[in-house]
Design a protein. Sequence first.
Length: 201
Amino acid sequence: MFDPTAVTNAIASTILFLALAGAAGFSILAHLRFRAVFVWVAAGALLIAILCASALTEPAPGGFAPLATALAFTAAVFGGSPAAATALNLAMGTSVSPGLHGGIIVSEKATTAEERQGLVAAPKREVLRGGLVIGFLERIAAAGSIIAGFPEGLAIVVAVKGVGRFTELEAPEARERFIIGTLASLIWACAAALVVQIAVH
């Protein structure tokens, strides 16, 4: 007997799988060869996946869960850095100079009278070093927490990162990049992990 609910779920699951595969593929592509268009395509695919997961009236088939988890996790981890870079470009453009170790170059706080009067340039230093590696680790932890059904883990991730970066956030440009980059990265990872949480559980 024809079951419209089963047909709807089958269609939604198929589109969900294709959307997750697209999101994962374009996330990797954006990470390896950054282009804003790759990020937007991956974001669109993630949105489609979330909508399809929400349309399911019952959890996706058991065999689907490992593959969906792998694809969503891949999209979460690899897509976050390009998403953060896109958000930073939209918000700040090229207003800061990149450092040699993945950070940005900022001026030290003026300490001498000459520096305060603008007669001598204040020394510069690189802050927010190692952002790429830290971003990978934060997205692994964030996506893993949500997929495992432990969203409270996000608070731990944010707290550890905030404490670790606290001394580098004196410069306004460093604070802005930290907030925008962290939020974009975490939102991306959470969106990808949410697909699994909705579709499988």
